[in-house]
Ligand binder design. Structure first.
Ligand SMILES: Nc1nc2c(ncn2[C@@H]2O[C@H](COP(=O)(O)OP(=O)(O)O)[C@@H](O)[C@H]2O)c(=O)[nH]1
Ligand SMILES: [Mg+2]
Length: 281
């Protein structure tokens, strides 16, 4: 019967770093799964976010920027694309340069339906410049749609949702209806902490910081006790993270705790330890 028909598929979100891929994922699933920041290279692992609504299950995969160091590039979904049903290729305003051409070259090879998303249109005052740009891009590739949006203001997100809906194949659900991500709580917590650290630190750090959850348990008072280690490369970075009189790490602790409590929906005691990579290896 028609009622039992379901639609489901993996949708890859690709593009150079900082165009707003993670922001778009969070917007599309109405949940904050993927961390975002002004700095390049914030996302270093593929992040999966799921939304199930009516008879549709969307499984989004947010990726590190395509031009990130080779080491991270290996993790990019376009290298093993067999399971993607749809691709969202994100660019920032009308910036189309070498990284975009590089991505286009890959797209031509893999031949998966692709939506081109022009993000950050809130930066464009004169919207008239969009049309000639879209016309130019249209000639480059057979995109199933080219859509200007703003992940910040939410402009046109509904239209993007509709295009995705219309292009997702009929299939059984892969995840259960209420699942938001298959990623573990521990991983999500470590990402929350990493996001706060990145916000406070200088440009070089996003790749170099690692957060590991050492322990995670709920005590008899229903408080979740979390011990997290922050690994830095050297003493200089350690000092930067701690900040003057511990100001930065305290702020990071405060903001992380707030977000983790929201994620877990319970009170949290958070312990942060800062360690050096080379001492532990
Ligand atoms: N003004 C504006 N900023 C945005 C928009 N989308 C994302 N950003 C910002 O751009 C930066 C990079 O976003 P992020 O999602 O981390 O990009 P990613 O590296 O492609 O995942 C962050 O500071 C976001 O807040 C948008 O539509 N408008
Ligand atoms: Mg990202």
């Amino acid at each position: 019967m028609k009622k039992n028909i379901t639609y489901c598929g993996h949708i890859g979100i690709i593009g150079r770093t900082n165009v707003g891929k993670s922001s778009i994922l969070n917007k599309l699933i109405n949940n904050k799964i993927s961390i975002t920041s002004k700095k390049s290279g914030t996302t270093i692992n593929n992040i999966i976010g799921i939304k199930t609504i009516q008879q549709y299950q969307y499984i989004y995969i947010d990726t590190p920027g395509i031009e990130i160091k080779k080491k991270y590039f290996k993790k990019n979904i376009l290298n093993k694309n067999n399971y993607l049903k749809l691709i969202i290729f994100v660019i920032s305003t009308i910036k189309w340069l070498e990284p975009e051409e590089k991505i286009l070259k890959i797209l031509k090879k893999i031949n998966i339906s692709t939506i081109l998303v022009i993000n950050k249109i809130d930066y464009i005052n004169n919207k008239k410049i969009l049309l000639p740009f879209i016309n130019k891009i249209k000639k480059k590739y057979n995109f199933i749609a080219i859509i200007p949006i703003s992940a910040k203001t939410g402009e046109n997100i509904d239209a993007l949702n509709t295009i995705i809906k219309n292009n997702i194949p009929q299939s059984k659900y892969i995840y259960s209806k209420n699942e938001i991500t298959p990623l573990s709580k521990k991983f999500l917590i470590s990402e929350i902490i990493r996001e706060k650290l990145i916000r406070f630190l200088n440009q070089e750090i996003p790749y170099l910081i690692k957060v590991i959850i050492e322990s995670y348990y709920i005590d008899k008072f229903k408080i979740c006790n979390i011990v997290a280690s922050i690994f830095t490369k050297n003493l200089r970075q350690k000092k930067i993270i701690i900040g003057k009189n511990g100001k930065k790490i305290k702020m990071c602790h405060y903001l992380s705790k707030k977000d983790i409590e929201k994620l877990l929906n319970m009170k949290v005691k958070l312990y942060l330890k800062i360690k050096l990579f080379n001492l532990t290896q």
